[in-house]
Design a protein around this ligand. Structure first.
Ligand SMILES: CC(C)(COP(=O)(O)OP(=O)(O)OC[C@H]1O[C@@H](n2cnc3c(N)ncnc32)[C@H](O)[C@@H]1OP(=O)(O)O)[C@@H](O)C(=O)NCCC(=O)NCCS
Length: 173
């Protein structure tokens, strides 16, 4: 198993991996153009030359980044690919000096094993980016998790002030 930064020829494989987990709401859909545009966010796992996993790190700023779009092909699971993908993204976040990495999941056990903790604190960046457009925003079953220091109350308030207040809370993938 090998994990590396994604390049554009990986985009269609990434799209397919993600699409396989959209129907049940596990992942948010990502179109091919969107994946191409954000290809530098992605890492991929390869096994014998075949793309078997992907994950992305979205940077909000030094205060926060989000792990998203993580999927490993069913037949390649249980061999450490998921762990390697998360660790690669954590290294990337650290390289950028990011103080807190968040994610939204239905499988907190997997991420707890990688040092993430459940949080009930508000994450306005995520609300603004995804939740307000999410069809499940009033019935979100995702658990917010963080690794590192959450942004202080003051920067959060500042962000919330700049951006329009969001009334509907909820998750997103
Ligand atoms: C979650 C996922 C990426 C894990 O990939 P993987 O390559 O199987 O993960 P690993 O082999 O690195 O597993 C590491 C550990 O996590 C555990 N684990 C894996 N999947 C898990 C799950 N769904 N729930 C709880 N624990 C899980 C493994 O048992 C293993 O534990 P161990 O070290 O004690 O044996 C993969 O199951 C997947 O693609 N799931 C569908 C998409 C999804 O749910 N994405 C997450 C959206 S937030």
């Amino acid at each position: 198993m090998n994990v590396r930064n994604a390049v554009l020829p990986d985009a269609e494989g990434i799209r397919r991996l993600i699409a396989g987990h959209v129907g049940d709401g596990t992942l948010l859909p990502r179109s091919l153009p969107e994946i191409c545009e954000n290809i530098r966010d992605f890492v991929v796992a390869e096994h014998r030359g075949e793309l078997v996993g992907c994950a992305a790190l979205h940077l909000y700023g030094e205060h926060l980044a989000e792990i998203r779009s993580i999927a490993v092909q069913p037949r390649a699971r249980g061999r450490g690919a998921g762990t390697m993908l998360v660790k690669a993204l954590l290294r990337e976040a650290s390289r950028h000096g990011v103080q807190c990495v968040c994610l939204f999941t239905r499988i907190p056990e997997f991420f707890a094993g990688l040092g993430f903790q459940i949080t009930h604190e508000p994450l306005p960046d995520k609300l603004y980016k995804d939740c307000r457009r999410c069809s499940r925003r009033h019935a979100c079953d995702e658990i917010a998790m963080i690794r590192g220091e959450l942004p202080q109350a003051e920067p959060i308030a500042a962000i919330a002030k700049i951006r329009r207040p969001i009334v509907a809370a909820g998750g997103g993938r």
